[in-house]
Design a protein around this ligand. Structure first.
Ligand SMILES: Nc1ncnc2c1ncn2[C@@H]1O[C@H](COP(=O)(O)OP(=O)(O)OP(=O)(O)O)[C@@H](O)[C@H]1O
Length: 235
């Protein structure tokens, strides 16, 4: 789905990514974890062609949904209009598809509300919904659940795992939360501080979609500990 070879990105004199290579295979959920400021967002922006880079990036689909770190919902638009924005921008009429997704994403009854009237969890589901309407073969999610409490966050993770599974999407997920990475991913790339490179690749062999059951599997905490150790050794 994605092949990145020898990626290099700099902002002026600041070398952020140095010779990074990665692949994303079809149907896979790949997480990027690494210290704050190491360049995770920069990597996905380069992959999506939003910033200049050196190296080779190949993406085998044009059906791409991007959910940026800062939610970009517009308070002057309704929930429905916010959701349908990718279709409106492409001059397409919003179709049944939007209604169906609003229902599946637990936003029914809120179509005419404004984003500021939603709970944190609902805003985050709306942001993912909008990304899905841009394209669902490849989802790029940058800290999608950063501003909700732990309980809502876990509910959203289970929901996201089910939706990605149902849509047969592939996904790149950026997260600060090692537990979230283990919970949601098939594979995790542990990144070094800047200029960032891949320190380790960790395979996560649990069945999908994920349920709370995996939390009690001893391998779950083993993987979490291993990743935390790699990250802490970098400090
Ligand atoms: N447009 C920009 N111009 C200059 N420097 C930038 C720009 N965007 C990011 N940076 C710098 O590049 C580095 C990497 O930023 P980036 O946002 O990619 O890191 P990150 O790993 O996603 O961080 P976080 O985990 O805190 O979200 C940081 O030092 C940041 O200050």
């Amino acid at each position: 789905m994605i092949s990145v070879r020898n990626l290099k990105v700099r902002y002026g004199d600041l070398q952020v990514v140095e010779d990074l290579s990665l692949d994303l295979f079809e149907g896979e959920i790949l997480s990027l974890v690494g210290p704050s400021g190491c360049g995770k967002t920069t990597i996905v922006k380069a992959i999506l062609g939003l910033i200049p880079y050196e190296g080779n990036v190949l993406i085998s689909t044009s059906s791409v949904g991007y959910c940026p770190q800062k939610d970009v919902l517009f308070d002057w638009m309704t929930v429905y209009e916010n959701a349908a924005l990718p279709l409106i921008l492409r001059g397409k009429k919003a179709t049944e598809n939007v209604k169906e997704l609003i229902e599946r994403f637990g936003l029914s009854g809120f179509e005419d509300k404004r984003p500021y009237q939603l709970s944190g969890g609902m805003r985050q589901r709306l942001s993912v919904l909008r990304a899905v309407l841009s394209g669902k073969d490849l989802l790029v999610l940058d800290e999608p659940f950063s501003s909700v409490d732990a309980y809502t966050r876990k509910k959203l993770q289970i929901w996201l795992s089910e939706e990605i599974h149902r849509m047969k999407s592939s996904a790149i997920l950026i997260t600060h939360d090692v537990e979230e990475a283990v919970f949601l991913s098939d594979r995790i790339l542990v990144l070094s501080p800047r200029p960032t490179k891949v320190l380790r690749e960790i395979l996560v062999p649990f069945p999908k979609p994920r349920t709370l059951e995996v939390l009690s599997d001893p391998l779950f905490s083993e993987l979490e500990k291993k990743i935390l150790e790699i990250l802490m050794n970098q400090l």
